[in-house]
Design a protein around this ligand. Structure first.
Ligand code: B16
Ligand code: MG
Length: 218
């Protein structure tokens, strides 16, 4: 096995706690549409694009899909609610342990990238003061297929000039672990073992993490 030289981070739910803002906004939309949207159902939306998420929401609500125009209207409404929250974010909103871990990896000369399905990634990175930190950022504005398709991670590796076999992906979504595996990368699941069972290693969060975790994967 090749030694890891690059680390690709998912954004929502790994670097920042925006996964809960996505859930709040989808839940509010579901409520308006007349049904309850559970946290468990929300797991299926993680890492998935906005439009695909909307379609899944309709499936959960057992509602027929509306016209394309209506889909865009509803997705925009959800995004406006979501953006109200992310626009209030500050550098204090980095999840515990993340800043220290990122600095440690940078000092150890690992290449660092973001691989996110979100079209709001640029806004979030600016809000938390990390818009110039990463060697590569591939987000929802640069891909055609969202996770579980491997495109986002393969593009990130390409931008870093790194072979996929030398990359590890940190992810909180089942779809993200699947995408990384399809890209032939190693995986660290951040969250629950039940959801992220097929990751190489699962940690509950990045609170007490350090670069030894990379050695464990080598
Ligand atoms: P947006 P990640 C993903 O980001 C989220 O997990 C997912 O819930 C969201 O639907 C998707 O981005 C699209 O986000 O509506 O902001 O374009 O986890 O891949 O960083
Ligand atoms: Mg995520």
């Amino acid at each position: 096995m090749q030694n890891i030289e690059a680390i690709i981070f998912d954004l929502d739910g790994v670097i920042v706690d925006t996964a809960r803002f996505h859930y709040q906004a989808w839940k509010r939309l579901a409520q308006e549409l007349g049904f309850y949207f559970s946290l468990e159902q929300n797991e299926r939306l993680k890492g998935v694009s906005r439009m695909e998420s909307l379609e899944l929401l309709f499936e959960f609500g057992e509602l027929p899909l509306p016209s394309e125009e209506e889909k865009v209207r509803l997705a925009t409404k959800k995004n406006d609610w979501y953006r109200e929250n992310i626009l209030k974010m500050t550098p204090n909103d980095l999840l515990p342990g993340v800043g220290k871990f990122l600095n440690e990896l940078k000092e150890a000369n690992y290449k660092l990238a973001i691989g996110s399905s979100s079209k709001n990634a640029g806004t979030i990175l600016s809000r938390i003061g990390y818009d110039k930190f990463f060697d590569a950022v591939v987000d929802g504005t640069k891909i055609t297929n969202s996770k579980p398709d491997p495109e986002v991670f393969l593009k990130a590796a390409e931008k870093l000039g790194m072979k996929p076999e030398k990359c590890v992906v940190f992810e909180d979504a089942h779809a993200g672990i699947e995408a990384a595996k399809r890209a032939k990368m190693r995986t660290v699941g951040v969250g629950s073992k039940q959801v992220l069972f097929d990751a190489d290693i699962v940690v509950p969060d990045l609170k007490d993490i350090n670069k030894k975790i990379i050695d464990e994967l080598n």
